[in-house]
Design a protein around this ligand. Structure first.
Ligand SMILES: [Zn+2]
Length: 708
């Protein structure tokens, strides 16, 4: 399955278009299924003009059958196991399944519909059973094990050796060494967990939609811009509530409108709608599901001989143990909360000065922080946005930086079919004109798109298979009215740099084996390229190339640029604390043993934060347990800390650039050669040390966050 990379950004989820049952494709005949044959388009790009909902399930099912037959043939081969007849054969297997699920994964996240959601829920346990059928196949494991045991004498190159190690550990982690009885138990738990993961993800969209704040009176929205109020009126109308106003709920605990809503009561209502979205004791309440998932994960870990899920899952990560991960979080938490408390005191002073006569609450934070920001830095978000027209940022900022660093160029391909009119496709070339791959970019928020921003692959780079990468970035930026420019915030700008950083990791991949290619790396390493790429957004020559007024083309006045720079460390106590709290919650849920019986999700959450000295009333976690999609729906269980782990690395890598002449083609090439093109072919600690010349230190991170 393809990896989808989430960025914990503030992004939108709106009303899902309710589609009546039986309306679609009842009478359509199957015809030829385009997913069953190789695409004739460049790079094997999917032909979205002919792919229909009803093609997915048969293609994925046939893909699983074919894959399983290939695997059986490898496992039952009467010849002695060799690297070629076992591991290379495995790398070549499952082509149809990869292709069909790659396209399906893209649409399920970025352009879904009730039929696709239905297929997802139905296929999740089947795909889980399929993985189990491979990784718990004892004959196959015995072949892999025999190759692993003689690996040093096989004369393999470094990448092939890594592949041997990769498969052996993957089998081991999947439970290939378990007794027959324990294997059956694992399979059952995997299936149940996969079903719950998918349900949770689909509920997230429904819960956010159901919790959207509706107000009757425009006066309650005082502080929002005319455009925002018009959008709220439109939302309400679309939902059949003409004359009212609807504010959608986004992924995170804090909501963008809280920054400008003057009415404290409205702020409180909006915040509480967000906070309790998945705790309404209705069909969107996720708490029972979460307790069961936590239990399942602890049981799976125990079956495999580990104390808890985190210990089991962190073995092949850069951190290696939960202690190392928690160690980093708890080293940083006191610095972050101390800063947050100082920020809270500043805000309280302002509230008192204005005669507020109340104690700062979570729903007040952003509203007053924005005023403190204006007071301290005289920086107003609305002054900045006209300099950040979205496509200008993409082409003259994100792409420009990549050209300067890595020598690559971009050519738009209007002839490649897309799944939505908002999607743009670019072909990417090396300096010498050789082609690298395709890049799809889908930036606007839609009602049928999951919240957040992410990168994914439709085709993974591989020399063995002769494949060049086909990669996409998906974001959720507000779509302007027709003819209006899409003006985005500076946060959104960094999100674009972030996701393209993941894309560079996939595009520059230079591996033989697809399993080791590009972003198929440890989770606590995978955010290094993306977070590293964010640093270029403010780099003077890059910034000057894109930050231009959308009307006049004038560069952003230097005075404003300085303000952005100075305010970069503003509110970092809050931002870092809310992140660390979420990371702590993730670790606490995943270091539970089967003996720990949790009954109350909310009580557990409060206790977990208090225990780690990270509980602050005014600073709630970025994601609450009940809507923490990264860990209950996405692939970040026991892995949310990874953003922070990688943040140590990205700041330290950028420090290397600063020490060595900054943005130069030569420095970029070095990073491309030593990190971005390496995939999972080497120990990550070594890979980083080779690039940096030393082990990473946390000082550059603390400096960047203004915590030093
Ligand atoms: Zn990311």
């Amino acid at each position: 399955m393809k990896q989808v990379l989430y960025f914990p950004a503030v992004l939108l989820v709106l009303l899902t278009a309710a589609c009546g049952p039986n309306q679609q494709s009842k009478n359509s005949t199957m015809g030829e299924n385009p997913l069953l044959s190789a695409s004739s388009l460049p790079y094997g790009a999917p032909d979205f003009t002919v792919i229909k909902n009803e093609h997915f399930q048969p293609a994925i099912e046939q893909g699983m059958n074919e894959h399983l037959a290939e695997i059986e043939a490898i496992a039952n081969n009467t010849e002695e196991p060799t690297f070629d007849n076992t591991l290379v054969a495995m790398e070549k297997s499952g082509r149809l399944l990869d292709h069909a699920s790659g396209v399906f994964g893209l649409l399920a996240g970025a352009n879904t519909n009730p039929e696709i959601q239905q297929i997802e829920e139905e296929m999740a346990p089947k795909l889980s059973a399929h993985r189990d059928a491979i990784y718990m196949n004892d004959k196959l494991f015995q072949r892999v094990k025999s190759i692993y045991e003689q690996r040093e004498s096989l004369g393999l190159d470094a990448e092939s050796l890594k592949l041997v190690d990769y498969y052996f550990k993957k089998f081991e982690q999947a439970g290939a060494n378990l007794s027959a009885e324990a294997k059956e138990q694992m399979k059952k738990l995997n299936g149940e967990e996969a079903t719950l993961n998918t349900k949770f993800t689909n509920i997230m969209m429904a819960a956010a939609n159901a919790s959207a704040l509706v107000v009757d009176d425009k006066a309650e929205l005082e502080g929002l811009s005319d455009g925002e109020i018009a959008a709220a009126a439109q939302k309400a109308e679309a939902a059949g509530m003409t004359g009212k106003y609807m504010i959608p709920i986004l992924n995170t605990t804090q909501q963008p409108a809280l920054q400008s809503l003057k009415n404290r009561e409205t702020r409180e209502k909006l915040f509480k709608a967000s906070w309790s979205r998945a705790e309404q004791s209705d069909e969107n309440d996720t708490r029972a599901m979460i307790l069961r998932m936590a239990e399942i994960r602890a049981e799976k870990a125990e079956l495999n001989g580990f104390q808890n899920y985190a210990e089991w899952k962190l073995q092949n990560q850069m951190a290696k143990t939960p202690e190392a991960a928690i160690g980093l979080l708890s080293k940083l938490a006191p610095q972050a909360t101390t800063k947050a408390k100082a920020e809270a005191a500043d805000i309280q002073k302002l509230i008192d000065k204005q005669g507020g006569n109340f104690k700062l609450a979570a729903w007040d934070w952003n509203f007053y922080a924005e005023q403190v920001r204006k007071e301290k830095f005289d920086l107003d978000g609305s002054q900045i946005k006209p300099y950040f027209e979205m496509y200008n940022v993409l082409e003259n900022g994100v792409f420009y930086a990549a050209t300067q660093l890595y020598g690559i160029t971009f050519k738009e391909r209007n002839d490649i079919p897309v799944y939505n009119e908002d999607v743009r496709v670019f072909e990417i070339f090396n300096e010498d004109g050789s082609a690298i791959g395709l890049f799809y970019v889908d930036l606007f928020k839609r009602d049928n798109k999951s919240g957040g921003a992410w990168m994914g692959n439709i085709v993974e780079q591989s020399r063995l298979l002769g494949d060049k990468p086909v990669i996409y970035n998906v974001c959720n930026f507000a779509k302007p009215a027709p003819g209006e420019p899409a003006l985005i915030s500076y946060d959104d700008v960094t999100t674009m740099f972030h996701e393209f950083g993941h894309a560079t990791h996939g595009l520059f991949a230079d591996q033989t084996y697809p399993s080791l290619s590009g972003t198929n790396v440890a989770r606590d390493f995978v955010e290094l390229p993306s977070q590293f790429n964010e640093h270029w957004a403010l780099y003077p020559t890059v910034f000057a190339n894109y930050a231009k007024h959308y009307k006049t083309g004038e560069p952003m006045p230097q005075e404003l640029v300085e303000k952005i720079k100075k305010s970069a460390t503003f509110n970092q106590g809050y931002a870092f604390s809310e992140f660390l709290e979420a990371a702590i919650l993730d670790m606490e849920w995943h270091t539970l043993t089967t003996a720990d019986k949790v009954e109350d999700v909310n009580a557990f959450e409060v206790e977990a934060l208090k225990k780690n000295g990270a509980y602050l009333d005014e600073v709630p976690p970025r994601y609450r347990t009940s809507y923490f999609k990264h860990v209950w729906g996405g692939g970040y269980a026991a892995g949310y800390y990874a953003y922070c782990w990688a943040e140590v690395l990205d700041n330290d890598a950028f420090a290397w650039f600063e020490e060595n002449g900054g943005l130069t083609r030569e420095n970029g090439q070095r990073f491309r050669d030593m990190i971005l093109s390496r995939g999972n072919t080497e120990d990550f600690t070594k890979m980083f040390r080779d690039f940096r010349g030393q082990d990473p230190t946390i000082e550059p991170l603390l400096k960047k966050r203004g915590l030093l």
